[in-house]
Design a protein around this ligand. Sequence first.
Ligand SMILES: Nc1ncnc2c1ncn2[C@@H]1O[C@H](COP(=O)(O)OP(=O)(O)OP(=O)(O)O)[C@@H](O)[C@H]1O
Length: 258
Amino acid sequence: MSDALQIEGLTRAYGALRAVDEVTLTVRAGARHALIGPNGAGKSTMFKLLSGEVRPTAGRIRYFGTDITRLSQPRRARMRISQTYQHSSVFMPLTVLENVALAAQRVQNIGTVWWRGADRYPDRTAAALESLAAVGLGDRAGALASSLSHGERRQLELALALVCRPRLLLLDEPTAGMSATESAAFVDLVRTLPDDLTVIVVEHDLDVVFSLATDISVLHHGQLLATGTPEQVSADPGVQEAYLSWTVADDDDLEVSS
Ligand SMILES: Nc1ncnc2c1ncn2[C@@H]1O[C@H](COP(=O)(O)OP(=O)(O)OP(=O)(O)O)[C@@H](O)[C@H]1O
C-alpha cells in the first residue's frame, strides 16, 4: 500500500512553545488513522497543519508524493483534501440538500446563484444527493438544517466533506457532543467509507478511536510518543506510562483505559 502522507520534522512554534515539535510520521493510503493525546498535546495544531489552516515553522508534508507544505487550504482542498470542523459549518436556514449542493458548487466550480434552488443545477444536485445517501441522510434532503438532531448535523458535515470527493478526509473530533448511540452510528458510518479513502481523525473518545482506527499516533507535549496499530500503541510502555498519568488527571480517560 502506498503512503498518503509523509510528514517529516513537522514543527509549529508559538513563541517559545512548540505546539507540534518535530513530528515525523507516515500515514498509509486507505488508513483510518487516529491522532490522540491529552489536552494541549498538539492534536488540533497538527490537524491545522495538515489542512493548511496553519503554516509550519519547520518540516515538510508530502501528499501522495507531492510537497504540499507551503500550499494554502483552498489549494489543498482542490487536491481533494477535505475536512470536517469541530464547530458546525452548516448553514441553518438552508435545507440539507442546499447545504451539500453549495459545497458541491465550490468543487465543481459552477457559477451559481444558490437561492434559485438546488434543482436548477442538476450536476451538483446529483452529487449532493449521492453524498447524502452515503451518510444516511437521503430521506432528509428537503428538511431545514436547523431541524436536524445533533448527530444528523454531524452526518451532514460529513456529507459536505464527501461531496468534494476527497482522497484524504480530516475529521476533527467528529463525535464531540454525541450520545453513545450517535457515536456508535457514526463509527459504523465511517466504516462504510471507500477503502481507498484515507481518514485522519482527531478524537478524544478512546472507545471511538479503538473501534475505528487501523493506526494510532499518540502526541504528548507536541511530540510523537508512539505510532502504529492499536495493538502496538496500547502495548507501548511509554504510552501506558503517559496514559496512567493522564488518567489520574482525567476521569473520562480513566473509564476507557482500564
Ligand atoms: N494560536 C496559538 N497561539 C498560541 N499558542 C497556541 C495556539 N494554538 C495552540 N497553542 C498552544 O499549543 C499547544 C497545543 O495546543 P493544541 O490545541 O494543538 O492541543 P490539543 O491536543 O488539540 O488540545 P485539546 O485536546 O485541548 O484540543 C497548547 O499549549 C496551546 O495552548
